[in-house]
Design a protein around this ligand. Structure first.
Ligand code: 26V
Length: 795
């Protein structure tokens, strides 16, 4: 139905009438979207079934990627593209008088994630399917994804997100495959046939109901599965009041990251984590038993990957099944578990490392807690044998200590592979954060530098650039992204440069239109589009960017002849709702924008834009239009970053620190094609080890810094009164933990270089081409091939 345009049109019209009981001319864009979605589902269903049958028949080892986040974004466009039917559909619809692009715009993003970690999971699914690898995702079907952000008077306001309000054409509910999950209750221990047996009773049961979504590979018949679990009340609740039980149960899959500042919130988050794990492993094991009977060779046929520590309860849960349900002994169960589970660490920030208080953990998951205790005791005993008398080391490495369960420690002890997400991050894990564990388990540690799917982030987001690339080097790069390196020979080709400039300009015009529609601000399309889009966090230093903008503004005000290439600074960022400091930074960006954009004296040479509700679909509009990519985290803090890769692939030039994957970008493009500034990770860590640095000195000795920091509190922003005092304090009273003032001068110099270089159009375009050419390495296809080979052993 998609090979022939006429046939497509006929089927589409017929299907629309059947589904909605109306004529085409009466239909809404949403009706049309859903009709297309259903047609695609039907079209791929055969391949979905065949993929599963093939995996079964060939006894293929399967990998399950467990993640609390999947930031999928929109699916219509990428599914059409991956199926290779986009053109037929687009043409057919056009003849019916409909723009496919309009239909795509009504799809609400599946925003079941926060940022890099969740988007990485989505890119990995795309690569797994596109490489014909047997890998599936398991997550939670949150009723509300990450909040919708509105900016009101410059402040962030959060609204509940409602991605399911029109239903979800991409999912299939599988009620018959529901899994029971047990919370609370008591554990009884007794002897049966000479072995200790455990019974968990008086439990509160929750039904985990799976919704399966097809994951369609590019130009292949492989269709893998993303299984998202929804919490429903069990049939016959025992004790509680029925309504209260229903509310509490449904709350489990209601929101992504419920507020966990109080105990009630903490319980809910831990419930979510166990819910995901128990449902996923329950269904994996059930499936496995049907196929193989017993679980003795489980680890040979199944790999379970835990994305950060959120799903780490997979370790004690698998142990529970092997011990209590299969009746295995501890050693056999431990052998199977530790050869099944692998773990990725995504941050070294200590405040982000998960630790659960025992008083929350034990009552909610009593049997699981007992197993964690046993794992801990055995581990501490091994440590004692290896380091007799070294109490300090054992205390530091213990899984349970000082009333807390340390999830990262459990992850390392209970898995066979621990990886960081960029070279420098993996090195910091080995030699600093997880040093003691690296000494004990050196063989477990490895690096897998992150990647992004070039299909969504280049082929789909930037079809114009994709065509240009294909005209130059052919189509091989689409299947083998490292072939992009062939573009290097066009770096100084004037004709190619000119074409690239046209493509970039086209996207800048489109983004300018979007900006005008959303904010009412007209931006100069020939100015430099300088972009920082990512979660708002102190370590990512949006503050450094905005202080520098304030400095530029001051210069322009003081000196009419100040020579500066016109710039449009564009921001997009959500701050976590309880993170008050981050929200003040958002307000600061908006206050600066207000001031700068309305100042006629500036005459449009400087504009500042904050785009609200940054999300995957907006990102797809932004990356192709960017000239400059801001990757300015305090060195050592950004584990990898993946936005940096998306910008590079779309020809933006990075201004960045030697942090995360920026270092590996530099290794490929060289200093001529990137603007590097600031302290190195080593310098930062050295400062930390010696009590920090004296930010006051930089404030006193650098006039530029003095001026902008004072402007935070001296009435320069009349609409915000004392709102920026905590920012001022963070820089001076609290000694500037993220080295914003320390790196200011170096950043300002690098920015000046950016402006000067941009004036030389040929040089800039050459740099841009080199960046695109070198971006192939950062395809998630390369990353997934490494995981498949080195960690999962799947084929
Ligand atoms: C979470 C939190 C929550 C509490 C406040 C502080 C804080 C700081 C960081 C985080 C991040 C948690 C894990 C995470 O999302 N890491 C990101 O993973 C990406 C994919 O590997 C990677 O590119 C980013 O550098 C990394 O920050």
């Amino acid at each position: 139905m998609f090979t022939d345009k006429e046939e497509f049109k006929q089927t589409f019209l017929k299907r629309l009438e059947m589904m909605y009981g109306k004529r085409f001319w009466e239909s809404t864009v949403l009706d049309q979207y859903n009709t297309l979605g259903h047609m695609i589902r039907e079209y791929i269903s055969k391949h979905w079934i065949q993929t599963n049958e093939r995996y079964r028949a060939e006894h293929k080892k399967q990998v399950y990627y467990l993640s609390i986040e999947f930031l999928l974004g929109r699916l219509l466009g990428s599914n059409l593209m991956n199926l290779g039917i986009r053109d037929v559909v687009e043409q057919g619809l056009k003849e019916l008088g409909i723009e496919l692009a309009h239909i795509e715009e009504v799809e609400i993003d599946a925003g079941l994630g926060n940022g890099g970690l969740g988007r990485l999971a989505a890119c990995f699914l795309d690569s797994l399917a596109s490489l014909d690898l047997p890998g599936h995702g398991q997550g939670i079907r949150y009723k509300h994804g990450l909040f919708d952000q509105k900016i009101v008077n410059g402040y962030q306001v959060e609204l509940p997100e409602q991605w399911l309000r029109h239903g979800n054409v991409w999912e299939v509910k599988k009620e018959d495959l529901a899994v029971e999950v047990n919370f609370w209750g008591k554990v009884e221990c007794y002897e049966q046939d000479g072995r200790l047996t455990f019974r968990h009773y008086d439990v509160e049961k929750v039904m985990a109901v799976p919704y399966d979504m097809p994951v369609i590979g590019y130009d292949t018949t492989t269709v893998n599965t993303l299984r998202l679990w929804s919490a429903e009340p069990a049939k016959f609740p025992l004790h509680k009041h029925v309504m209260q039980y229903k509310r509490e149960t449904e709350a489990i899959s209601e929101f992504l990251y419920p507020d966990d500042t109080n105990d009630e919130g903490k319980i809910l988050r831990l419930k979510q984590q166990y819910f995901l794990v128990a449902a996923s492993i329950g269904s994996i094991v059930r499936d496995y038993r049907q196929r193989y009977g017993h679980l003795q060779h489980f680890h040979r046929h199944v790999a379970i990957h835990v994305n950060d520590t959120h799903p780490v309860l997979a370790i004690p849960e698998l142990m529970r099944i092997l011990l209590d349900e299969e009746g295995m002994g501890w050693d056999e169960a431990w052998h199977i578990t530790t050869n099944t589970i692998s773990y990725t660490n995504h941050t070294t920030l200590s405040e982000a490392l998960e630790k659960w208080p025992i008083y929350i953990f034990q009552p909610l998951l009593p049997r699981i807690y007992m197993i964690v205790q046993e794992i801990n005791e055995r581990f501490c005993r091994d440590l004692w044998n290896r380091y007799p008398g070294d109490w300090k080391r054992i205390e530091e490495m213990a899984i349970i200590a000082h009333g807390l369960v340390k999830m990262a420690h459990l992850a390392i002890v209970g898995s066979y592979s621990v990886n960081g997400v960029a070279k420098i991050h993996s090195e910091i894990l080995k030699h600093r954060e997880m040093k003691l564990f690296y000494e004990y388990f050196p063989e477990k540690f490895n690096n897998k530098t992150n990647g992004i799917t070039h299909r969504r982030w280049l082929l789909k987001a930037n079809p114009e650039l994709s065509s240009l690339i294909t005209e130059a080097i052919g189509t091989e790069w689409i299947k083998q992204p490292e072939q992009l390196i062939q573009l290097k020979k066009y770096a100084t080709d004037h004709a190619f440069q000119e074409q690239l400039e046209k493509v970039k300009h086209h996207h800048k015009q489109q983004l300018a239109t979007y900006i005008y529609e959303k904010t009412g601000v007209a931006v100069d399309e020939s100015s430099i589009f300088d972009v920082q889009v990512k979660r708002l966090h102190a370590y990512k230093r949006q503050l450094l960017n905005v202080l520098h903008i304030m400095h530029l503004y001051n210069r322009l005000k003081e000196d009419e002849h100040f020579d500066m290439y016109p710039r449009t600074f564009i921001f997009g960022a959500k701050a976590s709702p309880g993170y008050h400091y981050a929200k003040r930074i958002i307000k600061l960006i908006n206050s600066v924008a207000q001031k700068v954009n309305s100042d006629e004296q500036i005459n449009g040479r400087l504009k500042v834009i904050f785009l609200e509700n940054y999300r995957v679909s907006l990102a797809e509009k932004i990356f192709p239009a960017a000239d400059v990519s801001e990757q300015i985290s305090t060195a050592s803090k950004e584990a990898s970053g993946t936005g940096n890769m998306k910008f590079m692939m779309n020809g933006a030039i990075t201004i960045g620190t030697l942090d995360g994957a920026n270092i590996e970008i530099l290794e490929r493009v060289g200093h001529d094609n990137m603007f590097i500034f600031g302290l190195t990770a080593e310098e930062v860590l050295h400062y930390y080890a010696n009590g920090g640095y004296h930010s006051y000195e930089y404030y006193h000795h650098d006039q530029r810094i003095h001026q902008v920091v004072n402007q935070l509190v001296n009435g320069f922003f009349p609409d915000a009164y004392d709102h920026f005092e905590p920012i001022y304090d963070s820089l001076l009273a609290h000694n500037d933990q993220y080295f914003v003032l320390r790196d200011f001068a170096s950043y300002a110099d690098a920015q000046q270089q950016v402006g000067a270089t941009y004036k030389n159009r040929q040089k800039w375009l050459e740099m841009s081409i080199v960046n695109i050419a070198c971006s192939g390495y950062f395809s998630s296809d390369r990353t997934i091939e490494e995981y498949a080979q080195d960690i999962w052993n799947i084929h």
